[in-house]
Every structure is written in C-alpha cells, then in structure tokens.
Design a protein. Structure first.
Length: 281
C-alpha cells in the first residue's frame, strides 16, 4: 500500500530530522456530490471535505531529481523500480500492484497536515512540490548524542527486559530455558543470554573477538564496522568506522544511517572531525 510515509502516525525518526519534499501530481480532481453520487470535474478546485487522489514522490534532503535527493516513498512503480534513483536507507520496494494513487479526504487529519493542506486549491493535472520541515514531521527520535571514531565504551554485560530481548532477537529461543544459550548479536559478535528475575529479564554478555571488524551496516557502498579493542571491568572499548557515507552538504551531514543494535536503535546524521552525531529516542 502506498502512502505509508505520509499517513499521520508515529513513524521512522528520520522525519523529525530531515526536510521532506514531495512532488505531487493530482490525478483525480474533487467534484460535486449530486444525488449522493460522486462526479469528478476536471476544473473543480480541491477544498476541505473533498476526497482527492494524488500520485507523489517523497524525498529527503533535496527536491526529486536533484543531486542530493533520496526517495523514501512514492506511488510510482517506475520510480520504485529504477535502481539508478537514490533511495533512503529504509526504502523497501513492494510489488508492482502496490503502487497506486493515494486517496484521502482533505481535513480528516489522516495525512501530515502540510501534505494534506497543500492539495487545497489544485485541480486535476496540477503538478507541484511542497517542503515539510522536521518540526512538522512525525513523532520520532529527538535525543541527540555523539560517538567518537575511536575509544568508545559500552557495557560488556547487562540485563534487559525479556520483552525487549524478544523483540530484538525474535529468532532466539530462550523462553523457558534455564541455562545459558549463545546467539549472534546485531553487532555480529557472539553473546550469551540467560533468563533472570523469574523469566522477566535476560542477562546478556557480549563475547566479541578483539581487533576483529564486525560489519553492522551495509547499504550500497556505505558500510559501518565496529571493532572491539579491549575488554575489561565489564566494559568493551571499541572503534567505529564508516566507509563511503553519502554526504548531503559541506557540514558533514550524511544520508541518515539507521543502526539497529538490539538494545537500542540509533540514526547517524553527521560525521565531522572524528565526531559521529546521532539521534535516538
């Protein structure tokens, strides 16, 4: 189903960080209701309460067709199927039949307000672009943090709620187990897991190999690797290497990299002077 990225829901935190730009083509103009029948008229302007259908392509960073633009959603199969058109990290190509015009009623609040209101005053065949800033986007990551390219610290052993562990590692069968099991973490290294607190919590202990580079993200030419350099005092010291990030300006901002690390998910937004900036929450 298209329109997933424009619906008014809690969505990928990228929407609270990036400028979204929509190129919209109104293909069915609103018409008049006569005897409870809907009659489309090509010169009727859309207004509040009218049902409309639009084709659209949503991009981050720049307008569609511009060098820095990356598509996060579209109603056009031709756009989704074109590998030469840059896509956002979480773009997933669906079946061809899924790419259809997006229909909604203006004023119902089912879409982002700026997207919905932009249709007002347009008629069938109109093509236009709108920009939606991060503040008008979806509820998402809002806490900013930083990491260093070298010398970062994380806990080697920690406890997390069973529900959270199961969500992160649904394929790891630990329910009802009384002993220790070994599994592969989101980082790529092994760890042990053991139920505690009557089965309500899981004790996780990481077991990485020292100085081995673990790939935690790969998309096109962009890769992110974690390398543990030391283990001691219940902590891991590690370095992060990001190769071939897609830059979007001259200030170190990059096409967002989403890292699902099991215990948390972070969104890397900038690399500057050895400092890696991310969003979470």
């Amino acid at each position: 189903m298209t329109g997933e990225r424009t619906a008014k829901k809690d969505r990928d935190p990228i929407f609270t960080i990036c400028l979204a730009i929509f190129a919209i083509a109104a293909i069915i103009a609103v018409g008049a209701f006569i005897n409870n029948e809907y009659l489309a008229t090509g010169d009727e302007k859309a207004s509040t309460g009218d049902k409309v259908s639009v084709n659209y392509t949503g991009t981050f960073y720049d307008a569609y067709g511009q060098p820095n633009a990356v598509v996060f959603d579209t109603s056009y199969w031709s756009v989704a199927d074109d590998d030469d058109i840059a896509k956002s990290n979480d773009f997933t190509k669906k079946s061809k039949s899924s790419y259809t015009p997006l229909s909604f009623t203006i004023g119902k609040g089912t879409m982002l307000a700026d997207f919905e209101n932009s249709v007002i005053g347009h008629v069938a065949g109109d093509k236009y672009s709108i920009q939606i800033d991060a503040a008008s986007g979806y509820v998402g990551a809002s806490t900013e943090g930083t990491l260093n390219e070298t010398g970062n610290i994380m806990a080697a052993s920690f406890t997390m709620p069973y529900s959270k562990f199961h969500t992160a590692y649904a394929d790891v069968d630990i329910s009802g187990k009384t002993g220790v099991i070994t599994f592969e973490t989101k980082f790529g290294w092994d760890a042990t897991a053991q139920l505690t607190d009557g089965g309500n919590s899981v004790l996780v202990t990481y077991m990485p190999e020292i100085d081995k580079a673990y790939t935690v993200y790969e998309s096109g030419a962009t890769t992110v690797t974690y390398t543990v350099t030391a283990i001691g005092d219940n902590q891991l010291t590690y370095n992060i290497k990001i190769d071939n990030p897609v830059t979007v300006d001259n200030a170190g901002h990059i096409q967002m990299i989403k890292l699902d690390l099991g215990e948390e998910t972070i969104y890397i937004t900038q690399i500057l002077g050895g400092t890696i900036t991310y969003k979470e929450g």
